[in-house]
Design a protein around this ligand. Sequence first.
Ligand code: C2O
Length: 628
Amino acid sequence: MPSILVIGFLSKYTSSPYALLYSSETRTSLKILENFIAPSNEAEVRNRIYEALKSSGKSCNFIGEFLQNWESKIKLAEKPMQQISHIQETPVKRLCRVHNSITVNGQFPGPTLEVRNGDSLVITAINKAQYNISLHWHGIKQMRNPWADGPEYITQCPIQPGGSYTYRFNIEEQEGTLWWHAHSRWLRATVYGALIIRPPLSSPHYPFPVLPKREITLLLGEWWDRNPMDVLALAQFTGAAPNVSDAFTINGQPGDLYRCSSQETLRFLVGAGEIVLLRVINSGLNQELFFGVANHKLTVVAADASYTKPFSTNVIMLGPGQTTDVLLTADQPPAHYYMAAHAYNSANAPFDNTTTTAILQYKGAPCVTTLQGKSQTQRAIPAQLPGFNDTATAAAFTAQMRSPSKVEVPVELDEDLFFTVGLGLFNCPTPNTQRCQGPNGTRFTASINNVSFVFPRINSIMQAYYQGTPAGVFTTDFPPVPPTPFDYTGNVSRGLWQPTRGTKAYKLKYKSKVQIILQDTSIVTTENHPMHLHGYEFYVVGTGVGNFNPSKDTASFNLVDPPRRNTIGTPPGGWVAIRFVADNPGVWLMHCHIDAHIFWGLAMVFLVENGEGHLQSVQSPPLDLPRC
Ligand code: C2O
């Protein structure tokens, strides 16, 4: 049976506006526009409108003027409306082979959601795949609305095959680049897309030093030359590490350097002198990535949908889940330049050492004619990326992030949490059996504060909490500090490598001021763990190598202009400190965004209690919330 997942969506910005736009003018234009209301992608909408106008015999000037002005004349629809697109699964061919991939609307990657700050979204997900699934809007705060957050068994039961669920949420005080993805096992390997939030029409300009002429969204992904769900299932069975990916991709395409891929290598046209906004998203499953553009400097202006103080760099590093917006000026001689990404591998572990590329192509870049008389484009100039284990470059890059100006960071703390984050090994009664293929005949695991998180099966934690039936689903005894202190980044005795299993939440009072030190451990290997907190943005107030030392390290915290993020990596063998105010009631997952680590248990949940009033409490659940 073909697997199909259909998703429809709409925001004030993306639908009926096109029809309303010309209703005051000629009937003809209105008709054209009605026929061409397009769901998501601005460039595509533009193209279609352009084609429609051209074929209707509109004059060249009319079309030019229309394309220049159509956006600014949009009259907003009063209410969000819902649009459902029924599109079927398309087989996806990569690296010479066709796979039956789970997709949204038959697209890989999935559709881009382009909205504005203040929009309301209504997104119906219809599951026609053979797997349970749920969707997550990575980085959206979902104020008082955990029901729309998406992680399966945390805030909702998954949508079963044949079922559907409508995600309704508002974009409140957020702008920039986010993304959405499946939050069920490894389905996000192919079920993901960009979520771009532009400033509201009432003040539509970016707060950048220069304004971009063009925007390019780059989803960096990972591709397996087999069904990713099988890769996961095999690892779950054997207890060994899952196979690494076979390719990295940019917007779903591996690019020139892989077999059977050069035809489809993505090319992005720029005019000489133009300023381009690149929205770079690490939507890969398991790998931190370096990204750069040949011979071009990048000016970082935002990360995780929060603006930053601009700074210039040759390369950026993103952990899975993170996004970075950079400005690039096309100030080089007209030619073809590679945009490239490859692994930043911080662990002592196998990794995918291939490189994905796309091409930044200047308009008017010279063509060369081959002997056969065919014109051929010039070879692209290669991008220089740091070495795979260049932690110094990764750390130096991350350390430059600042908020644009002074921000309000919690100073007096109500909660001072210390979380160890890392891998572990479960010993086997009979080592080296089929199910114990990890190091020395063990099974891999991972934990926070020695608790290896187990996803519940009979209900979601949020539903169980709301209904007052936590028994058998979760407990609220997650430890605020490690049960046994040890030299976290030293030579850890084998007796401490084996965590306990549990589904434990940590309770937070409404509006409590929270600090968490995320301390990487050297158990099995030190590693950069991109830690993602749902339902919140937090300030990254400090970071360092080795064990966190409160008496020495706290003094150097940046409480003035720390960056605001939703995902931050622990430096390998080091720590990172984050702060936030727990003003969003509900159940919120915090986890390592390396999917190979989540199923080993590198996760926990916060249960943020309601405040006093109606507006400080979790909303009531939607009627179509899936049941387990
Ligand atoms: Cu991007 Cu829990 O997810």
